[in-house]
Ligand binder design. Structure first.
Ligand SMILES: C[S@@+](CC[C@H](N)C(=O)[O-])C[C@H]1O[C@@H](n2cnc3c(N)ncnc32)[C@H](O)[C@@H]1O
Length: 220
């Protein structure tokens, strides 16, 4: 999945992952992370998710990164929001009050960008990436995240032989392999979501579950 793949999906309006409402798992589980309101939340591969606004509404400062300028433009335009825009190569920074979106490549972020992050929220980001890219994503995320930061991760699991991603299936053992060295991983919820996902049923899936994971820094 190259950047061009995602840029073209945004250009064609093929953004079936985008939810018209706040993610229910975020609403349910985020408060239990007990992250103080003033802490900064990192949202990698954020698209134009409304979850950015929900996190900001809880008092968090929010930092998203998204490669598609179209996604970022649509996010602010659809909310009727005007931002301050600055070029900070290789990123373009969009800032409105406590919300900052960096338009550019996640893999170009450096730890300096995330110095103050208290938690990461990943929904449909890890699972957007093919198997060969996921270790690189996890490794880079771990490099970026301050030691004490925690995380909420939402993934999908299904028989990868029944459908090609994205979204890709990610099993528990992979989550452990990717993040277990640094985080204690707790499965908060598993839900059968096949009935809510007719487009995936049409693509051949006979079973589909969604998992919510909590990541707590080991020794943190
Ligand atoms: C499946 S979507 C999920 C978006 C969002 N997390 C949500 O829940 O709506 C994946 C997003 O990652 C973006 N993306 C893919 N690769 C990226 C990269 N290397 N850096 C930044 N964004 C990227 C895509 O443009 C797309 O908007």
């Amino acid at each position: 999945m190259t950047p061009d793949y995602w840029l073209e999906r945004w250009q064609r309006g093929e953004t079936g992952w985008h939810l018209p409402e706040i993610n229910l798992h975020l609403r349910d589980w985020w408060p239990r992370l007990d992250l103080p309101a003033e802490r900064l939340v990192f949202v990698p591969l954020c698209g134009k998710t409304l979850d950015l606004l929900w996190l900001a509404s809880r008092g968090h400062r929010v930092l998203g990164v998204e490669i598609s300028p179209l996604a970022v433009d649509e996010f602010f335009a659809e909310q009727g929001l005007t931002t301050e825009i600055t070029d900070e190569p290789p990123f373009r920074r969009y800032r409105l009050d406590e919300l900052t979106l960096l338009c550019g490549d996640f893999f170009a972020l450096t730890p300096d960008h995330l110095l103050e992050v208290g938690a990461v929220y990943d929904r449909a980001s890890l699972i957007a990436l093919p198997p060969d890219l996921r270790p690189r994503y996890a490794q880079h995320l771990k490099t970026l995240m301050p030691d004490a930061a925690s995380g909420l991760l939402i993934t999908l699991d299904y028989d990868q032989n029944q459908m090609t991603g994205p979204p890709f299936a990610v099993h528990r053992d992979e989550i452990e392999r990717l993040f277990g060295d640094r985080y204690a991983i707790r499965e908060l919820a598993t839900l059968d979501v096949l009935d809510d996902s007719p487009r995936f049923r049409q693509r051949g899936l006979t079973a589909l579950t969604e998992q919510v994971w909590r990541l707590d820094p080991r020794g943190g």
